[in-house]
Design a binder for this molecule. Sequence first.
Ligand code: ZN
Length: 487
Amino acid sequence: MPRTTVKIPTPLRSYVGGAAEVAVEAATVGTAIQLLVESHPELRRHLLNPEGRLRSFVSVYVNDADVRTLQRDATPLAEGDIVSIVPAIAGGAPSASRPVAPAAPTEPATPFSPEELRRYSRHLLLPEVGIRGQRALRRAKVLLVGTGGLGAPAALYLAAAGVGTLGLVDFDAIELSNLQRQVLYATDDVGRPKLDVARERLGRLNPYTTIVPHRGPLDASNALEVLRGYDLVLDGTDNFPTRYLVNDASVLLGKPNVYGSIYRFEGQVSVFDARRGPCYRCLYPEPPPPELVPSCAEAGVLGVLPGVVGALQATEAIKLIVGVGEPLIGRLLLYDASAMTFRELRLEKNPDCVLCSTHPTQHGLIDYPAFCGVTSSGAGPGVPEVTPEALRDELAGPEPPLLVDVREPEELEISHLDGALAIPKGELPERVDELTRARSVVVFCRSGGRSADATRLLLELGFRHVRSLRGGINAWAEKIDPSLARY
Ligand code: ZN
């Protein structure tokens, strides 16, 4: 039987005792995955659907070739093969490049001023860029969706490079916890809208770049209109609904989408251009269910990681604009900051992609929060909640509810509630017997998202009296106990 190695991605390592890889003796990919879930049963629901088939938001590769383009489960394994499991994270053959911004040869280009020539001189000295490439950059219109961890470094480099128009989509205000990685912003910017600060900072960096702010969330009602005005999109989102929205709108409009996503120490980068290769839907036809998706806020992220990934995205955007080099079309770059390795997987267009195949079944945008099983605000329908004030009264009453803290161990060191039972959300299905069904249960997390998922899970498991603490322990700290740290 061939001895093979299955590489375990970070989000799933806790189910295999923290191991980065597991040795398996198996003749096919299907058997390797079966043996893996038999020896590590908690992996099963992450990798296989109830029918025992590989879930659609998990990709499996053998020696860097996408198994789906081979025979998936039946793909034979040979001695020493490396099987990679690549789940969707929060976040075609390369062809000769051509600039994405159409040139206007009939109009004579405005000459660069002496100051611009000095500013861009290191580009002008590069034969691959030169005056021609610098003009393409000046003509280019790039939309950055998100000005957070990925968008911040990307925006700095794109403005510095002389991109003529940078559209920025964001609606958040700057929080202190952003500064660990969102290098556009400074300490005295905390509390201000990201777009205002980004515009000022980028304007100081390069006054020749026009910054176009798009306030408010991008959604199915405005995405096509916003994206239409740009040559390419840089996806710096941190959530699946927006990621699928950006992909679908880019495919429908025929625009390249420079994709990046991050998780703890790992990043993914690719260029999705459905005209020349696969789209994000080809890679992950469906999003993972929300309860299997830890966000950046829950999982943590190494601060410099989005800097690297965002800079890689900016690199790809500049290459596409100038029309130089080999774009990451049809390739998925995996960066592991912990091991300090870059790996590259080949991506193929999915011949049955609902969006970009020759027989698409989806011809417009859809309801993305519903598609991803999430609601944009609050706990969502069917999740009973309790306010911090009501919980305080109940805890002082004759039958106080059992408090269940579903945050990660690191978060307990920042703040905790006395008497709460700590069970991280991911361990809840296995440790549910520690809860008594007779007693009322209140689940909490940092801000109410994970506890809503956990409440939904407990209700499905037959618990009757379960509620989620609205706003999480941060709301408790704000309204009930100011001595607790908020984060
Ligand atoms: Zn596709």
